[in-house]
Design a protein around this ligand. Sequence first.
Ligand SMILES: [Zn+2]
Length: 97
Amino acid sequence: MACRSGCPVPGTHSSWGECARAARIQIDRHGLQHRSLEKAKDRRLSRYEDAVRQGLEPRSTTWRDINDAFENGGAEKPLVTAQDMAPAVAAATPKED
Ligand SMILES: [Zn+2]
């Protein structure tokens, strides 16, 4: 038997070395997938940090809650909408005429 004991497809490799190489390729693929999952998690967490920095309070670090916080200003804080800010902005802006 050329294959290693842990080979997922025993008998398909002509030598132990080929079997080991095939296994290593599979591990690499897993590693890549893991890394891209990690990257996605990093993006999510930095988005979460953005929200917190803006004073939003996402209920959790899930995309749904983060996006919810951006859309609704977070769950716990009083809602401050663009309309609420508008009078202050208008008052601070000098009129042209
Ligand atoms: Zn094998």
